[in-house]
Ligand binder design. Structure first.
Ligand code: NAP
Length: 256
C-alpha cells in the first residue's frame, strides 16, 4: 500500500491549476482531502467528482486565505475526523499585472501580498498546532523560481515568492525538533489560469506567456509534490526548483 493512502491533505486554492491537479493526484493515491478556495461552486463540483471517482472522504472550506479571521474560524470548524492533517499544501496565490512596480495600484499590491504571504502565514499558523498535537506533518509551500531573482514587471510577485522561500526556511528551523517537514516547491512557467488572472482576463496576453515553449503542466508539479511528500520519514526535501526544458530561469526562455 502507498504511504499516502488514508492520509489527510489540506490544499489551499484547490479549485484550479496546480491545486486542482494536487487534489486529483492525492485522491488517486487514496488520500482524504480538505479542499479550500473562494469559489464554492467549483469546490462542490470537484468534491462530487473526487468522491464519485475515488471513493475518498472530502471536506470543503470556502475560505479566503488573505482574511485571518476567516482562516482561523474555518480551520477550527473542521470536524474532528478531519483535524489530523498530515500534509498542508499552501498553494493559493496570484500575480496581478506585469507593469513597472511604481504603477501598481495599492489595491493590487495588497491583494498579492495578502494572498501570497499573509495567507500562507495565517493558514500555516492555524494548521501547525494541529500537526504538533499528533507529532507529525508536512508543509508544502508553493514558491516559484520568481523568488530566486526578479524579472521585469514582476517585482511585487517576485518579492512575495522570495518571502515564501525565507518563511519556509524559518519555519523549518522552528520545527527542527519535531517530525514536521517543510518543502518549498519552486516551479517556472506552468500553464494554468495564473496568466489569465495576472492579465485581468486578457486571453491573448495570457497565452503569449506560454507562446513558443512547451510549459510545465499543473500535473507535472503535482507529480513532484506527490514524490516529495511520499518519501521515508528520515528524508526531507527542503527546496525543489523545476522549469520547462527551454526555461533556464525566471528571465531566460527560448521560444521557437
Ligand atoms: P491558478 O490556476 O490561478 O489557481 C489559483 C488558485 O488559488 C485557485 O484555486 C483560486 O481559487 C485560489 N485562490 C486565489 N486567491 C485566493 C484567496 N485569496 N483565498 C483562497 N484561494 C485563493 O494558479 P496556479 O498557477 O495553479 O498557481 C498556484 C500557485 O502556484 C500560486 O501560489 C502561484 O504563485 C504558484 N506558481 C504558479 C506558477 C505558474 O506559472 N502558473 C509558477 C510558479 C508558482 P478561487 O479563485 O476560487 O479562490
Amino acid at each position: 500500500m502507498n504511504k499516502l493512502y488514508g492520509k489527510t491533505i489540506l490544499i489551499t486554492g484547490a479549485t484550479k491549476g496546480i491545486g486542482r491537479s494536487c487534489a486529483l493526484a492525492y485522491a488517486e493515491k487514496g488520500a482524504n482531502l480538505i479542499l479550500t478556495a473562494r469559489s464554492s461552486d467549483l469546490l462542490d463540483s470537484l468534491k462530487e467528482e473526487l468522491i464519485r471517482k475515488y471513493g475518498i472522504k472530502v471536506y470543503t472550506l470556502v475560505m479566503d486565505v488573505s482574511v485571518s479571521k476567516d482562516v482561523e474560524e474555518k480551520i477550527s470548524s473542521l470536524p474532528e475526523s478531519f483535524k489530523k492533517i498530515d500534509i498542508l499544501i499552501n498553494n493559493a496565490g496570484l500575480a496581478l499585472g506585469l507593469d513597472k512596480v511604481y504603477l501598481a495600484s495599492p489595491k493590487d499590491i495588497d491583494t498579492v501580498v495578502d494572498t501570497n504571504v499573509k495567507g500562507m502565514l495565517y493558514v500555516t499558523s492555524a494548521v501547525v498546532p494541529l500537526m504538533l498535537k499528533h507529532k507529525s506533518g508536512h508543509i508544502v509551500n508553493l514558491g516559484s523560481i520568481a523568488g530566486d531573482a526578479a524579472y521585469a514587471g514582476g517585482a511585487i510577485y517576485c518579492a512575495t515568492k522570495a518571502a515564501v522561500k525565507t518563511f519556509s526556511d524559518g519555519l523549518r528551523i522552528d520545527l527542527v525538533d519535531t517530525n514536521i517537514k517543510v518543502t518549498n516547491i519552486k516551479p517556472g512557467l506552468v500553464e494554468t489560469e495564473f496568466s489569465k488572472v495576472r492579465f485581468n482576463g486578457d486571453l491573448e496576453k495570457a497565452s503569449n506567456a506560454y507562446k513558443g515553449i512547451n510549459p510545465l503542466t499543473p500535473d507535472d508539479v503535482a507529480d513532484v509534490i506527490i514524490y516529495a511528500t511520499g518519501l521515508p520519514e528520515n528524508v526531507q526535501l527542503t527546496e525543489i526548483a523545476m522549469t520547462p526544458n527551454h526555461q533556464a530561469d525566471g528571465r531566460t526562455v527560448h521560444r521557437k
